[in-house]
Design a binder for this molecule. Structure first.
Ligand code: FES
Length: 123
């Protein structure tokens, strides 16, 4: 399996997240990565998922409880705590702190993510 190194020398590889049918049953859900951090998976439209850290980079708000807005080509996530907004694709925020995002890929058997460690849908 191909591996990618980030600027922090964290080794990323493709890990199975779950079946598409199961994952598209919820617009937002928390995902548990071995050894942390927890992640948040967003299902915004058929064939489109975004994966980010679940903890807001401002003050650790629970982003899996955030709201998503379709801006016509991009999706904006709003944190439920102080309403900072983040671009779900890039993690950029006009308020400052950048949210960590991860690549996902749909394959025949389900959704995969380019992340440091395996994940589980339950704790
Ligand atoms: S914790 Fe998310 S905006 Fe403050």
């Amino acid at each position: 399996m191909a591996e990618t190194e980030t600027e922090t020398s964290e080794v990323l590889s493709w890990h199975f997240v779950g079946s598409i049918d199961e994952l598209k049953s919820k617009a937002c859900r928390k995902i548990y990565m071995e050894g942390g951090p927890n992640l948040a998976l967003f299902y915004v439209e058929p064939g489109k998922f975004f994966l980010t850290n679940s903890s807001c980079p401002h003050a650790k708000g629970p982003l899996e409880q955030g709201s998503i807005e379709d801006l016509g080509g991009s999706y904006q996530l709003t944190c439920p705590m102080h309403y900072f907004t983040f671009d779900l694709e890039t993690g950029e925020s006009p308020m400052g702190p950048k949210l960590r995002t991860y690549q996902t890929e749909q394959r025949e058997d389900g959704l995969y993510a380019l992340i440091p460690r395996p994940v589980s849908l339950t704790r």
